[in-house]
Ligand binder design. Structure first.
Ligand code: KG4
Ligand code: ZN
Length: 335
């Protein structure tokens, strides 16, 4: 089991980034992302119709700039889960290009892409398995056991909001804008630890995550403090609460599943406080931590090409009837 022996073009348009990337046997040759973040910021969140329109405008220039005149040997495209209108743009482009070039095409699950983003630059992907993946993004907070390529087991998920949503909603309450994760991280730098305290989702919740209590506590804090609120310290309290809610559960799952590697992936994996806490906890417990570079944490197409490459190498292909799905379980789930 190894990489697909040729250039794989990845296409990703599941939400608000139009992305294309080219990989060669696990090595990222190009990784282009056209973000719609500024457009959606004016509405405080992603507006699906506007996202689809913007994908239509960006998809071909983004693909062209990823290819720089090269012709790929196969195409991998996100076809699930995500916004249907957005997904359709990437999938339609992939079908048209596969037909024009006469190359194979494959639909990829967005979360499988995030999980396998840690394989970038790895010559022998098998060496990375088994590992536990902490997937933390705007739409997901999950712990996924990855015993082998294409095999996944959901170990824990969020009972309500995702970690990225907790950052985004907290940032909105503090007037820090959208998207909130990076804004909270930047504001938190000047905060005083311990000035405010927010609840951790330790809950008697059998290892699952929960962030809705934190959101409510943040709302109360903002209402209570009013204009006198120390925004930096409130941002720091929020970030610390989210990190404290994620890290122990991830490390406990690593131990209880007897794996030696932990991967942290998804947009929230770009958070430096989370990275630092995980790094120190992992080194204390002798766990090897895998963190993708920042540009592979937030949505991108290199991760889709990486996940697609392993499947294409196994001979998997999709036909032109390939469909898009708003929701979809991870492939190859084991109970
Ligand atoms: O993976 P992603 O780009 O899109 C989804 O699949 O959802 O994740 C986006 C999420 C947003 O909620 C954003 O606020 C968060 O990732 N994020 C961060 C940081 N950068 C992005 N959260 C915390 N710290 C960051 N530095
Ligand atoms: Zn994502």
């Amino acid at each position: 089991m190894s990489w697909f022996p040729g250039l794989v073009l990845g296409i990703e348009s599941s939400c608000d980034e139009t992305a294309a990337a080219l990989i060669d046997r696990g090595h990222v040759i190009s990784n282009v992302v056209a973000s719609q973040v500024e457009m959606h910021a004016q509405w405080g969140g992603v507006v699906p119709e506007a996202a689809a329109r913007a994908h239509v405008e960006s998809i071909l220039p983004v693909v062209e700039s990823a290819l720089e005149g090269r012709r790929p040997d196969a195409i991998a495209v996100t076809n699930r889960p995500g916004l249907l209108g957005s997904l359709s743009i990437g999938v339609t482009a992939a079908k048209a290009l596969a037909l024009a070039w006469g190359v194979p095409m494959l639909g990829v699950h967005h979360i499988e892409g995030h999980l396998l983003s840690v394989l970038a630059g790895v010559d022998d992907p098998l060496k990375v398995f088994p590992f536990l993946g902490l997937v933390v993004s705007g739409g997901h907070s999950e712990l996924v056991l990855c015993p082998a390529p294409g095999r996944y087991a959901l170990v824990a998920e969020t009972l309500d909001d995702a970690a990225g949503e907790a950052f985004d909603k907290g940032a909105r309450l503090l007037g820090l804008g959208y998207p909130g994760g990076k804004a909270i991280q930047d504001a938190a730098r000047c905060g005083t630890s311990g000035r405010y305290s927010l609840p951790r989702s330790l809950a008697r919740d059998n290892g699952h995550f929960s962030f809705s209590g934190l959101k409510t506590a943040m709302l109360r804090l903002v209402e209570r403090e009013g204009a006198a609120i120390d925004v930096a310290s409130a941002a720091l309290a929020l970030q610390e609460a989210i990190v404290d809610s994620l890290v122990p559960k991830a490390l406990n799952a690593v131990e209880s599943h007897g794996v030696e590697r932990l991967a942290v992936v998804g947009g929230v994996a770009a958070n430096s406080a989370l990275r630092n806490r995980l790094a120190s906890e992992c080194s204390r417990r002798g766990v090897s931590l895998m963190v993708p570079p920042i540009e592979l944490c937030t949505d991108n197409a290199a991760m889709i090409a990486l996940a697609g490459s392993l499947r294409l190498a196994r001979g998997e292909r999709d036909g032109f009837e390939l469909d898009v799905f708003a929701r979809a379980p991870l492939p190859g789930q084991e109970g």
